[in-house]
Ligand binder design. Structure first.
Ligand SMILES: Cc1ncc(C[n+]2csc(CCOP(=O)(O)OP(=O)(O)O)c2C)c(N)n1
Ligand SMILES: [Mg+2]
Length: 546
């Protein structure tokens, strides 16, 4: 059975096959048929910058585990998407990025066709898992399906497709089937599993470190951690893989003093799907236990940042399930280790609460007023880096939405994408005044789409984290003080309810009222009025001489 369709209809079909119901983008002469078809048959969300389209598609994907889709124009439009493609690539997000291209007959001639770019495919290749080119109507369905499949094949990542505009208008025949996401994932051998199980099963003080690659193995991680009585550390990306209200979860606290101590005292570490990224390992100086079993899909990751006793190449779910089955019946775990883990879990949190003073009230209010399944999108601002990325409990990995690559300005669009995927619960966005300003235009998207989303802006009149670094390490401040808008007037201009908070005590009532709006709302926290945290936050990067 086949039908004659234009390119937009084909894209809709491929999105449907992948359970994707929303695409984000900006309409252009170079994507008109795509936008028209998506808007007609699915949902097209007009963002105000192409970077936001990719961020929203990325978070839609993180919040659901499904494919997210961004549609951009040729040249500048595709280029605008690049920074957010870098983020989607860092995070391994399942994003299909479809962009225009000039008419096929003019390709590669540099004759100055509107939107023409020197090497668009090269640019896309540099920021995506894969970049593909459609060069005929016959090839389009196969290429789109292959792109969607590649984006979702583990290790997942964003895939770009460039599509000449004349071909988007052409008639297409859609074959009944096409490529599907790869299911043939590497599986560790029985011997290796047996050796790893013996190492883990013999551990007196076991620990597990979960990265983003372990997010999908929730049940398996929990069973394994409970069987072993293992301390569960996570990277920022691995947060919530075991819910952070679980007794064994230390969480993203490995670099804290008590976290480090526990990790050093552990005798066997099982790490799962992690880069051991610099920010979480004190730039690789964090000491790990002497015996280390590492599980990763990517062979190159095994032993890359830390030596391994045993590296298992395999996908997390199947490998962890096999490991659990192969564990010896009797537990070797030292008496008292579970209690020590519980104690450390308590200490690292208490210590952080001390360091942030009254901001702990804000943190507690956020968790109390949200649903367990509420997406929690965090831009790169002090409240995220200092406590949102650690203390604010993540109960479900799909709610853990943050720019892994550390780029500011992506939080609001991520929140919008996540909230459209989860309209049943309130979404939180934490942003600073600086990060919000990067894509202030997305306030208009927020006003237009009306998702149930509370944007909490921490306003300190500048790039606070860099200001803290300059105060600590440099002789003067530079480039950190910002003109900030009157957020109340701004909220009024876009018709979004707004409240300003000047004390930590006053936050809960304002936030509760904002959540009760069941639509977009903004809460501004006047950081200058609330006051500084007892311990100022500086990021974990090294400065020569310090
Ligand atoms: C795309 C990008 N540009 C620049 C930076 C450097 N940077 C990191 S945090 C930050 C300040 C963010 O300011 P704000 O959102 O107000 O948060 P605050 O630090 O004040 O809490 C900057 C400029 C970055 N991380 N990403
Ligand atoms: Mg700021």
């Amino acid at each position: 059975m086949s039908n004659v369709l234009n390119g937009g209809d084909v894209l809709v079909q491929v999105l449907r096959e992948n359970g994707c119901e929303v695409a984000f983008g900006i309409v252009s002469v170079h994507n008109l048929p795509l936008v028209e078809a998506v808007d007609r048959d699915l949902r097209f969300v007009t963002v105000r910058h192409e970077a936001a389209a990719v961020n929203a598609a990325d978070a839609y994907s993180r919040a659901t585990g499904k494919l997210g889709c961004a549609i951009t124009s040729t040249g500048t439009g595709a280029g605008n998407a690049a920074g957010s493609m870098v983020e989607a690539l860092s995070a391994g997000s399942r994003v299909l990025h479809v962009t225009g291209n000039i008419d096929r007959r003019y390709l590669g001639q540099a004759r100055g066709v509107i939107h023409e770019t020197k090497d668009q495919l090269g640019m896309l290749r540099a920021v995506s898992k894969q970049a593909l080119q459609i060069l005929s109507a016959d090839a389009a369905p196969g290429i789109l399906r292959a792109a969607a499949a590649e984006a979702q094949t583990l290790p997942a990542g964003p895939v770009s497709v460039e599509w000449p505009i004349d071909l988007q208008y052409a008639g297409h025949t859609l074959p009944a089937t096409g490529p599907v996401a790869g299911s043939e994932l590497p599986v560790a051998g029985d011997d290796e599993i047996a050796r790893a199980a013996a190492l883990l099963g013999g551990a007196r003080r076991p620990a597990i470190w979960v990265g983003g690659g372990g997010r999908g193995a929730r049940a398996e991680l929990r069973v394994l951690a409970e069987r072993l009585g293992a301390a569960v550390f996570t990277s920022n990306a691995g947060r919530g893989a075991v819910p952070e209200d679980h007794d064994l979860v230390i969480g993203n606290f490995a670099a804290s003093p008590a976290g480090q101590e526990l990790l050093q005292d552990a005798d066997v570490l099982l790490s799962v799907g992690t880069h051991f990224r610099s920010n979480e390992t004190k730039s690789y100086k964090l000491v790990l236990p002497g015996r280390h079993v590492q599980v990763d899909l990517d062979k190159a990751a095994l032993g890359r940042s830390y030596p391994v006793t045993l590296g298992l190449r395999g996908e997390a779910v199947t490998t962890l399930a096999a490991l659990t089955v192969a564990l010896p019946d009797a537990s070797a775990t030292e008496k008292g280790w579970r209690e020590r883990v519980g104690e450390t879990r308590r200490i690292v949190r208490e210590k952080l609460v001390e360091n942030i003073g009254q901001y702990a009230l804000i943190c507690a209010s956020l968790r109390d007023r949200l649903a367990p399944g509420s997406p929690i999108a965090r831009d790169v601002t002090i409240p995220s880096s200092q406590w949102g990325n650690r203390l604010l409990p993540i109960l479900d990995p799909r709610t853990n939405i943050f720019p892994l690559g550390g780029g500011i300005g992506q939080g609001l669009a991520m929140g919008i994408g996540a909230s459209l995927a989860r309209p049943d619960v309130p979404t939180l966005v934490i942003a600073g005044d600086g990060g919000l300003a990067v894509h202030l235009g997305e306030l208009l998207t927020l006003a237009q789409e009306q998702p149930w989303l509370v944007l909490v802006v921490f306003n300190d009149g500048g790039y606070g984290v860099l200001r803290n670094m300059q105060d600590q390490y440099m002789s003067r401040r530079s480039g950190v003080d910002l003109f900030t808008p009157d957020f109340g007037a701004l909220a009024q201009a876009v018709g979004v309810p707004y409240a300003r908070v000047t004390s930590a005590d006053g936050f809960d009532a304002a936030f509760a009222a904002a959540v009760a709006v069941r639509g977009p709302a903004i809460v501004e926290v006047d950081v200058t009025a609330v006051g500084p945290t007892p311990v100022p936050f500086t990021p974990p990067v090294s400065i020569p001489g310090h």
